[in-house]
Ligand binder design. Structure first.
Ligand code: HEC
Ligand code: HEC
Length: 300
């Protein structure tokens, strides 16, 4: 670029006012610089972005979670394909692409969610980062180190306290119970915003998958709430123990939210509704208010 400019302008540089002849070039150079600086800084952020948006389903060299292990993924197909796939996984799968169909089958039908507003440059930066991490002896994304020691009744008991909010999360996040129910734990209480977690241990494929999920929840509701209030590894282990225990006990997810009330009979139901309403109005409002305020601050 420099040399072609030199060639083109040789001889005219002295006759034209210095700046005039160079203005377009200076602008172009600045634009390139700015663009590079931008791409670069996103390059560094690619790791942070990956940690927040991808590690709930992918490791780099740590085995498959919900999605495939991404070690050396960029050698499995050409770049252009991955850039397209990252920008819209569902569209590629729906298009009948055979490689994507195979991936989906291996993922037991799960479709990778669309990542909102991912530009081609960002997709490239992510793929560069994944390629670089794949070359390391141990990537920082080799997966969360969750202990594989046998889980005990004490772990389960601690998981219960954490779930119910009787032991506060050390990262400061809200108690699971404010949004979730679980068989045998939250007979009358428990929030309905999130799904019943009685059998989530199986849904998220056991200790490793569940632990990875909890360390960066891939949920549009939980992610903003827990982003700066990560659940700590020891708490994750206790929660995993609780979920494993509950899956083993074989209870079913309680999808009919009013079932408990009917079991109590109509009288109980009315009483229950009245007292719950009062209880949850005050409790949930507090939780929601602090969550909303946190969100406001995060965006501002
Ligand atoms: C909710 C789980 C989930 C999240 C979050 C997720 N993925 Fe995926 N990913 C999958 C699944 C499942 C597949 C396999 C294809 C399919 O079934 O959609 C996949 C496939 C891929 C592939 C192709 C793998 C191969 O073997 O060719 C790449 C690359 C990829 N994901 C990158 C990412 C990146 C980067 C992010 C974060 C921006 C991300 N994924 C977030 C679940 C997820
Ligand atoms: C602010 C409400 C809220 C809180 C607090 C919350 N969750 Fe969630 N959670 C949700 C919602 C809603 C979903 C469903 C996904 C979505 O729509 O975002 C979910 C999904 C999940 C899932 C995946 C369920 C599945 O079937 O795939 C797990 C596991 C989970 N939450 C565990 C927890 C644990 C453990 C805690 C406590 C540390 C917790 N959640 C606290 C709202 C919450």
């Amino acid at each position: 670029m420099k040399s072609s400019y030199g060639l083109r302008n040789r001889g005219t540089a002295e006759t034209k006012p210095f700046l005039c002849s160079r203005v377009p070039l200076v602008i172009a150079a600045l634009a390139v610089l700015l663009f590079c600086a931008n791409a670069n800084s996103w390059g560094q952020d690619a790791a942070a972005f990956f940690k927040q948006n991808c590690t709930s389903c992918h490791t780099i060299g740590g085995g498959r979670l919900t999605g495939p292990d991404l070690k050396d993924v960029t050698t499995r197909k050409d770049r252009a394909w991955f850039v397209q796939f990252l920008q819209s996984p569902k569209a590629i799968i729906d298009s009948g692409d055979p490689y994507a169909a195979k991936l989906q089958q291996e993922a037991r039908g799960v479709v990778m969610p669309n990542i909102a507003n991912l530009s081609p440059q960002q997709a490239q930066a992510l793929l560069d980062m994944i390629a670089a991490e794949s070359k390391l002896p141990r990537s920082q994304f080799a997966g969360m180190q969750i202990s594989d020691r046998p889980l005990t009744a004490q772990d389960v008991a601690k998981g219960k306290l954490v779930f119910l909010g009787e032991q506060r999360l050390s990262g400061g996040g809200p108690a699971c119970m404010s949004c979730h129910t679980m068989k045998g734990l939250t007979l009358l209480g428990g929030g309905r915003l999130g799904p019943d977690l009685t059998r989530v241990y199986e849904r998220l494929l056991g200790r490793k998958g569940l632990a990875a999920w909890l360390s960066s929840p891939a949920s549009p509701t939980m992610s903003p709430v827990f982003k700066d209030h990560a659940i700590q590894p020891d708490e994750i282990l206790s929660l995993v123990a609780l979920f494993e225990d509950s899956a083993k006990k074989g209870g079913q997810d309680d999808t009919t939210s009013l079932l408990n009330f009917f079991l109590l009979g109509v009288g109980g139901m009315v009483l229950g509704l009245i007292s719950l309403d009062a209880l949850w109005k005050t409790r949930l409002r507090g939780v929601r208010r602090s969550m909303v305020h946190k969100d406001d601050r995060g965006e501002g």
